[in-house]
Design a protein around this ligand. Structure first.
Ligand code: NAP
Ligand code: 8YV
Length: 320
């Protein structure tokens, strides 16, 4: 029997491609010399899409595929996929929750420590041969006595909170709804949280409701001793407002793993030496990326076999 057609708009890990090719006829859009011609050729028969990274799977693309049943996304965040449209049109969207939670929480804590203690700048100082002249200056900030506010206390937010408890930090959070399984202090607005803490950890998904939620007003509420860490999505922070707040002392520092226009990082951020900038490496170990890749594959194979994927997103719940 002929294998069903699957569209892969952007390059994915070899272990994903190899496994999918055993069950699907995989069409690699990124390799096509004429992408539009490939889409013309396969759109009527494509039943599945496998995607990830910065590739957008929007209504315009999905609506060209009358037989589409599933979009399997590499990553727990799926802001690049129009899941609302998919839900309204009977198309499953799946993501990769849980398998990356602990890795991303490790990275978030590392980023917080690196930022508070200026560790990357101190390392650059040593490599530049400056240590023999004089020791690296004492850091203005410390993790000691910090109050950590978590914006997005979900799977990853809770894993960060567990780590932060061990570091002796006072923890509070803001979500749209109060979590029933934790005793951390809850704030029902982001402004309320930012006013009550000096360290804001962003770990919410990118969405219309979180777009530029971290604004000039939120940074002012965080205050001059404030540290902003963003491990969630670049779109959540107004980058221009952040650059201004860092330059004029509205907040003290920032550690960012995600940016508004990845992989482009604004010069205004690159120019500030004391802040810490990572190239979206929250989940980027071989161990965790393989686990994510396997879940992308398993969602597709399970759907092909049973009609149901393993981890559909909220907008596309399992159908009986
Ligand atoms: P999750 O379990 O769904 O948690 C998301 C949390 O955000 C929930 O507690 C949710 O609570 C809250 N939230 C959502 N929209 C909100 C809003 N408009 N206002 C306030 N709170 C809101 O997801 P997760 O697995 O922890 O992942 C979180 C995000 O981390 C992902 O979506 C992704 O963007 C990011 N991420 C980044 C990396 C990286 O490499 N840097 C890696 C993995 C994930 P309520 O629904 O109650 O509001
Ligand atoms: C991935 C992520 O790096 O899971 C997410 O939401 O941001 C990261 O784990 C990314 O999705 C891979 O493209």
């Amino acid at each position: 029997m002929a294998k069903p057609d699957l569209l892969m708009p952007g390059q994915m890990m070899g272990m994903i491609i190899d496994q999918l090719e055993t069950a699907f006829n995989v069409h690699k859009l990124w390799e096509a010399s004429d992408g539009e011609a490939l889409l013309e050729q396969v759109s009527d028969t494509v039943v599945a899409i496998a995607c990830g990274g910065h590739v957008t799977v929007d209504a315009a693309l999905m609506s060209r595929m009358p037989k589409l049943g599933i979009v399997s996304n590499f990553g727990v965040g799926y802001d690049t996929v129009d899941a609302a449209w998919a839900g309204q049109h009977g198309v499953y969207v799946t993501n990769t929750p849980n398998v990356l939670t602990e890795e991303v929480a490790d990275t978030a804590m590392a980023l917080l420590l690196m930022t508070a203690r200026e560790l990357p700048a101190a390392e650059r100082y040593l490599r530049a041969g400056k240590w023999p002249q004089r020791p690296y200056p004492l850091t203005k900030s410390t993790l000691r006595d910090r109050k950590l506010g978590i914006f997005g206390l979900g799977r990853i937010g809770k894993a960060i909170a567990r780590r932060a408890e061990a570091f002796g930090l006072d923890i509070s959070y803001y979500n749209r709804s109060k979590a029933s399984d934790v005793a951390y202090a809850y704030h029902d607005t982001l402004e309320g949280l930012a006013s009550a803490v000096d360290t804001l950890m962003v770990v919410v998904p990118g969405s219309e409701s979180t777009q530029h939620a971290v604004s000039t007003d939120i940074l002012k509420a965080l205050g001059p001793n404030g540290i902003l860490i963003n491990i969630g999505r670049g779109s959540v922070v107004d980058e221009n407002a952040l650059i201004k707040a860092l330059k004029d002392g509205t907040i003290h520092s920032a550690g960012l793993d995600v940016f508004e226009d990845e992989p482009n990082v604004p010069q205004g951020l690159l120019d500030i030496d004391r802040i810490v900038l990572l190239p979206h490496v929250g989940s980027a170990s071989v161990h965790t990326r393989n686990a994510m890749g396997q879940l992308v594959v398993d969602n597709l194979l399970n759907w092909k076999k049973t009609g149901k994927p393993l981890t559909p997103v909220n907008e596309t719940p399992l159908r009986s």
